[in-house]
Design a binder for this molecule. Structure first.
Ligand code: ADP
Ligand code: MG
Length: 261
């Protein structure tokens, strides 16, 4: 079981879209996948068609009440893809467990219990809130690696060093195994000269950490969540869906390299 946390403290950079479509693409190539929604906004849950009243046992219960991953996981319309949904309860979590034991390991402990009982999943993707708070720290402490979506816009690199520093701090203090999986450039608009410049800048700054696949800006991708579907299910042929399928195979390749290293 490999755990990949999708994090960036900026909002609107494509974390949730990447989590949903990557999880779908991995499931489509036969990898049993689980998406864990750790954002109180619950966009990943909504985007996978999980209604509010279906979220009886949520990621909040997993982090606070000792609910198991199995109890919380719901099937989705995508075969081989399940989700642990989130609710607004997560907003209070930081306060509630701020002095509790193993507060940064709540997710890790739940995943360890799941693995000990015979893991059902090949890949677990964790969708983080737009913040470097205790939820994101839990997600990093539980992960094998971190995947960072960066939007192709002028301020793309702003905040990245703080994020990478957080990854390093988590590696030093909580999770020595943690890798940077890679950086995926999102919402690329080929008609915009600036976007091409951003791609060049990010590649020269971050080198091989940047995936070859760049996700184009595509209306079909932004429409899909309102139908409660991943873009890959809503319109598999659209350029955005195709890019996420390509990203999934790059991820599998990189996983093999990480495993061999
Ligand atoms: P985050 O989770 O980082 O806040 P989202 O994945 O929710 O970001 O994306 C922010 C907004 O941009 C959403 O409305 C989403 O539908 C839209 N979006 C994300 N990726 C694309 C894309 N490739 N093309 C068009 N719109 C996109
Ligand atoms: Mg989001």
């Amino acid at each position: 079981m490999r755990v990949i946390t999708i994090a960036n403290q900026k909002g609107g950079v494509g974390k949730t879209t990447t989590a949903i479509n990557l999880a779908t693409a991995l499931a489509a190539i036969g990898k049993r996948s689980l998406l864990i929604d750790l954002d109180p906004q619950g966009n990943a849950s909504t985007g996978l068609g999980i209604e509010k009243d279906e979220r009886e046992i949520s990621s909040y219960d997993v982090l606070t009440q000792g609910a198991s991953i199995d109890e919380a996981a719901l099937e989705t319309a995508v075969p081989a893809l399940s989700i642990v949904p989130s609710t607004l309860d997560l907003l209070g979590l930081e306060m509630e467990i701020s002095t509790a034991d193993r507060r940064a390991y709540r997710l890790r402990d739940a995943l360890d219990r799941h693995a000990a009982a015979g893991a059902k999943y090949d890949f677990v993707l964790v969708d983080c809130p737009p913040s470097l708070n205790l939820l994101t720290i839990n997600a990093m402490a539980a992960a094998n690696s971190v995947l960072v979506p960066l939007q192709c816009e002028f301020f793309a690199l702003e905040g990245l060093s703080q994020l990478l520093q957080t990854v390093e701090e988590v590696r030093d203090s909580l999770n020595p195994e943690l890798d940077l999986h890679g950086i995926v450039l999102t919402m690329f608009d080929g008609r915009n000269n600036l976007a091409a410049q951003v791609v060049r800048d990010v590649r020269s700054f971050m080198g091989d950490s940047v995936y070859q696949t760049v996700i184009p800006r595509n209306v079909r991708v932004s429409e899909a969540p309102s139908f409660g579907k991943p873009a890959i299910l809503y319109d598999m042929k659209c350029p955005g869906s195709q890019a996420y399928i390509a990203l999934a195979s790059e991820i599998i390749q990189r996983e093999k390299q990480l495993a061999a290293a």
